[in-house]
Design a protein around this ligand. Structure first.
Ligand code: ZN
Length: 318
């Protein structure tokens, strides 16, 4: 019998694709529009912040002050990525300047946004080289620095710091973006959208109705996609890539623990599925009952549930 066999889903909730929205350049006014339109639809994204843009803001310009950004982030489910200190081409800098633009910018973001991990980098102009990648990899686990295109839902090592994106420009249509979503679902891909401004504010700003149509479409596909922030997707996928299952199958009980060697930052719950003999089961983690879903697939019964590696000690009783 295969009762007790357990699998980690490569996408949260066993969805078919991952959709990530990234918003560059600390554009505060557009950020208000995007966070409101996405939140309304139960969606979220990642703001890529250039720290000097915020430092130099007077509160009435396009970038916004620290206080404005902190309030916006706290009121939404968005997170923050590092978009450098002063938005220079990182491939043209000295080692000291790279330290400042990459690692010091991250320190500033962590000190301003309490509770944010800032594990992801978005290079200005998507410009990078091997030296820049190496610097980024000291404290970041992903960078959106590739070319126009999609990502695998399990990027190999060398691609983690060269993740691809699809840019939304002033003339990108909702019809075209719809194709990106369909393509991602069809081929099990991770789509990272690169967005700047809206309605003439910010670089290559597209009109608000285009974004509304697009977000409506993404929202209509929620059954098939996982809309993750850049950091959530990075944590989930990195955990899937390094986690192994420690399984103990007894007569009427299965015990599941997850092991990996990742840094303590990586505490995102993974979706697991285990084959069970019937639907009359109970699930506990560390002695407490936890929620689960049952799905029948062909002639097997699966229980779906969540577990955090190295923390949750799951028992399935039947
Ligand atoms: Zn930028």
């Amino acid at each position: 019998m295969e009762i007790g066999n357990t699998f980690i889903c490569s996408i949260k909730d066993d969805k078919k694709a991952i959709i990530t929205f990234t918003f560059d350049d600390a554009l505060y006014k557009p950020a208000i529009f995007f966070s409101s339109e996405l939140s309304k639809r139960g969606l979220k994204g990642t703001f890529a912040i250039t720290t000097n843009f915020v430092r130099d803001s007077n509160g009435n310009d396009v970038n916004g002050t620290w206080e404005q950004w902190i309030n916006l982030i706290n009121a939404s489910k968005f997170d923050v990525a590092n978009h450098s200190k002063s938005h220079l081409d990182l491939t043209k800098l000295t080692p000291e300047e790279l330290e400042e633009e990459i690692n010091h910018a991250r320190k500033i973001l962590i000190s301003k946004f309490k509770g944010q991990k800032v594990l992801c980098m978005v290079n200005p102009f998507n410009a990078t080289n091997d030296v820049v990648d190496k610097k980024i990899s000291e404290f970041h686990y992903a960078a959106r620095n590739g070319i126009e295109g999609y990502n695998s839902i399990s990027p190999p090592d060398k691609e983690w710091l060269r993740l691809n994106y699809k840019g939304i420009y002033h003339d990108t249509s909702a019809t075209e973006m719809k194709k990106w979503i369909d393509e991602s679902i069809k081929n099990n891909l991770w789509l990272i959208e690169m967005i700047h401004g809206v309605n003439g504010i910010g670089w290559e700003a597209a009109p608000d109705n285009v974004f509304r149509d697009h977000f409506d479409y993404v929202s209509s596909k929620k059954e098939e996609i996982w809309n993750a922030t850049f950091e959530e997707a990075t944590m989930y996928i990195r955990e899937v890539q390094s986690t192994s299952i420690n399984l103990k199958i007894e007569d009427r009980k299965v015990n599941v623990k997850l092991k990996n060697n990742l840094q303590p930052y990586f505490d995102y719950p993974l979706t697991l599925k285990t084959i069970v003999p019937n639907e009359d089961i109970k699930l506990t983690s560390n002695g407490r009952y936890i929620p689960f879903n049952i799905k029948r697939e062909e002639n097997r019964i699966f229980v779906y549930y969540e577990a955090i590696p190295k923390r949750d000690d799951i028992s399935i009783l039947f």
